[in-house]
Design a protein around this ligand. Structure first.
Ligand SMILES: *Cc1c(COP(=O)(O)O)cnc(C)c1O
Length: 375
């Protein structure tokens, strides 16, 4: 089965990990700092905090934002459930606002219409790698005393109007899961230019422990002393995985270029076909495409999906509207709430995109899709 996404691991990646295994450090060591600096570089110079997954990054970001029971978090239904779940586990009420029907990204006017006095975070997703209007969302959030979180699990390496993802949001989260634009096996990061949010993020991912003398309530207890002022968890990304991350992030530009090439080949083959809708774009965007979300007639999607799978093409569907998950249904969320997201979902098929995908494989996918679709 040709997968829809796959990591690209080179000999230099393997050598980097092997070298880290014989260093003095397995967990928090110098490679954590180096990897965080490299992520910051890619994110327009915005400081980065590494964590153990994209989901952990979201949890840490919501915790840094101070999300608590009763707060409202506005987000998109067209996402992996973690964007909502990480806030829901903190007691927040998730408010789903609809998407832009062309790009699949959270609609700015829909988010604006959903704001109340209890909104503390607006969380948008760079769907498929296409950046949201970070400046627009941030200004909307700030006007209402909220923070803007960009779930950029799909979008490390993307930019909009020359501004890299990570530059504009109050908090940006990345995932380094193997199918994403680069990998550390499991891993993620929170990026923020706000020193207070960064400090809170670092504390939350490190059990809440405080060691700096100036911040201690009981500084004279002894040199061993450390304190917890707010609860945290252990989301530390180990040195071994940061070694892989450092090696991978050096290859991100090449990954991005290849993802763009594959996207272009698909676009060329499918544009103009009346039954197919190619991914929407926005002016000024330079995406690192994590997905190729093709839209097919909704009444044929399941059949096309099954036929492609039968032919060895590992298509995916991204995503079931998050509030369709029984956990939200049981809380009273109703289907029909975000019609654009539901239509998008009903039509969507993610075709294989990953750096190691060869041109002949891309054309094979295209041939199968066109053959099944018919004329
Ligand atoms: C993958 C993904 C996550 C979660 O990342 P993990 O590293 O798998 O925990 C969160 N949000 C979106 C949009 C994702 O695609």
């Amino acid at each position: 089965m040709l997968p829809y996404g796959r990591q690209s691991i080179s000999e230099s990646d393997i050598a980097a990990v092997a070298a880290s295994l014989s260093s003095d450090w397995l967990t928090t060591g110098p490679l954590v700092d180096s990897f965080e600096a490299a992520i910051a570089d890619v994110a327009g110079g915005t400081p980065a905090v590494t964590v153990t997954s994209g989901t952990a990054a979201l949890h840490v970001a919501y915790a840094a934002a101070g999300v608590k029971a009763g707060d409202e978090v506005i987000t998109t239904p067209l996402t992996f459930v973690a964007t909502a779940a990480a806030a829901a586990v903190m007691g927040a009420k998730i408010v789903f606002a609809d998407i832009d029907e062309s790009t699949g990204n959270l609609s700015l006017p829909a988010a604006e219409a959903a704001i109340t006095a209890r909104t503390t975070v607006i969380a948008a997703v760079d769907y498929a790698g296409l950046p949201v209007d970070g400046r627009g969302f941030k200004s909307l959030a700030h006007t209402h005393g909220a923070l803007f979180l960009e779930d950029a699990a799909h979008a490390i390496g993307s930019s909009l109007n020359g501004e890299p993802v990570g530059l504009n949001a109050d908090l940006t989260t990345f995932s380094f899961f193997p199918t994403k634009n680069m990998t550390t096996a499991e891993g993620g990061a929170v990026v923020t230019a706000n020193p207070d949010l960064e400090l809170r993020a670092r504390r939350f991912k490190g059990q809440g422990l405080i060691r700096e003398r100036a911040s201690l309530r009981y500084p004279d207890e002894g040199p061993w002393h450390q304190e917890v002022h707010e609860f945290g968890l252990n989301y530390r990304l180990p040195d071994v995985l940061c070694a892989l991350g450092l090696s991978q992030i050096a290859r991100l530009g090449a990954f991005r270029a290849r993802r763009q090439e594959i996207h272009n080949i698909y676009n060329q083959a499918f544009a103009g076909n009346e039954q197919l809708t190619i991914p929407g774009v926005v002016e000024g965007a330079d995406p690192a495409w994590h997905l190729y979300p093709l839209r097919v007639p909704a009444d044929r999607r399941k059949d096309i999906f099954l036929q492609l799978r039968q032919r060895g093409i590992g298509v995916q569907v991204n995503y079931i509207p998050a509030y369709w998950h029984p956990v939200f249904e049981d809380l009273g969320y109703k289907r029909g709430m975000c019609p654009n997201a539901e239509i998008y979902y009903a039509q969507e098929l993610s075709l294989p995109v990953f750096p190691g995908l060869q041109d002949d494989q891309v054309h094979l996918v295209i041939d199968h899709v066109l053959e099944i679709i018919g004329d």
